[in-house]
Design a protein around this ligand. Sequence first.
Ligand code: HEM
Length: 415
Amino acid sequence: MSTTPKPPIPGLAPDAVPLAGPRFHTDPGPLHRELRQRHGPVVPVALPGDIPAWLVIGYRELHHVIGDSALFPRDPGLWNQWPRVPRDWPLLAMINRRQPSIHYTVGHEHKRHVDMVVPALEAVDTFQLRRHAEEVADALVDTFCGQGEAELIDGYAGLLPIHVLGRMIGVPDAECPALAGALNALAAGGDDAVAGHQDLGAAMRRLVAAKRAVPGADVTSRMLTHPGGFSDEEYVLDLAAVIAAGHQPTADWIGNTLVAMLTDDRFAASLTGGRRSVGDAMNLVLWEDTPTQILAGRWAARDTHLGGQRLLAGDMLLLGLQGAHGDPHVRYAGHPHTGGHQAHFSFSHGEFRCPFPAQEIAEIIARTGIEVLLDRLPDMDLAVPPEELVRRRSPFLRGLSALPVRFTPSTPIRP
Ligand code: HEM
C-alpha cells in the first residue's frame, strides 16, 4: 500500500524541532547545546499543531531582537500564522491578539500604558513592602513549622508573592487565597486555566470598582488618578497583567533559589551560616535556572535575516532567555561568592523589559521569603533525593511542581 506524502506546512522548516517534551523542562542545558550545534543561534521550532516559530538562543542575536523594537515589535497582531491557529489552541492564553493593556500594545499606545503603570509601581513604599513580605512569610511558616516537614511550592513559594502583591495593589487580604488559586491554575495551563483567567478578571473588576469608591494608598488608586483617560477595562487588563507577570516568576525565583541552596555545594555554608549568600544564589538562578526560560515573543516587522536564518515578515520569535544564558560566547563563569555579573536577560531588555520598579519589588519579595525560611528553619533539608524533584511540564515557565523538605519542628511565633 503506498502512502501519499503529507503536503509541507507553510512556513514550517522540514527540520523544525517540536517545542515540547521533557528535555525542555528537566535539564535544558544539553538540549540547547545540541540545538546550537545543529541549527546555530536561531532554531526553527514547531509549536503545538505544527505552528512554526523561531527560538532565539544566541546571546548576541537575542540582544539584537529585544533591543530593536522597530524591527522586532512585541506585536502579535503581525503574526502570519493567525489563519492557522485553532480557536482552542493551548497557547492562546499566552499569545493573545492585540488587547488594550501594557502587555499587548506597541508604540505610542504601549508608552501610554507604561506612563500610567510604572509611576504607580515606583511609588511603592519598599520598607512597607518588605515588612509586609516578612509578616506573610512568617504567617505561612507558622502553618507548618511544628510539623517537621512541608511542601514549599503549594505551601509557601506559590502563596507568598500573590499575598504581598495583592495588598500592594489594594486587594483585601481575605481575597488573596482565591486569587492565588486563579493564578496558579493559569500558570499550570491545565483544564482550569480558562476559569483561572476569568476569576482573575473578575477580581480586578471588583478591585477597580472598590478603589473608585474608596481610594487608598495602593497601586490601583494611584493608577486611577492618571489623567490619561483610561477606561475601566484598560485598568482591569493592566492590573491583571501586573499581577500575572509578577506572581509566578517571583514564586519560581524563590523555589529555584531554594533548590540551588539545598542541593548546590557552593551554597552549603549559607544554610548554616545564614543570609550571606542569598543574593548570590538568587543571581545565579537568574543565569542558570531562570523562571521565564522561553518567552513569547516578538514578531518580524519585515523580511530579514537573523543568526543565519531567513525570517519572513510576521514570523514569530520566541525569546530563549535560558538558552542565551548558556551561549558559550558569554557563558557566566563567576563563582557565586565572588559576585556574578548581572547581564542576564531574565528581566528581558529594551522597550518591553520588566519595569525597573517591578524588578525591585520581585527582588524584595523573593529575598525576604528566602531569608525568613532560613531564619525559621535553619536545618531545613530536602525530604527526597534531588533527582526526584519534578519540574513543571512547561517549556516556558521554569519552576518546581513540588519541593518537599524536612526540618526540626519549632513553635509558631504567633499564638
Ligand atoms: C522574578 C520575577 C520576575 C521576572 C523574572 C520577570 C520577568 C519579566 C520579563 C522577562 C518581562 C518582559 C517581557 C518581554 O520582554 O516581552 C516582564 C515584563 C513585565 N513585568 Fe516582570 N518579571 C518579574 C516580576 C515582576 C513583578 C513583581 C511585577 C509587578 C510588580 C512585574 C511586572 C511586569 C510588567 C508590568 C511587565 C510588562 C512591561 C511592559 O510591557 O512594558 N514583573 N517581566
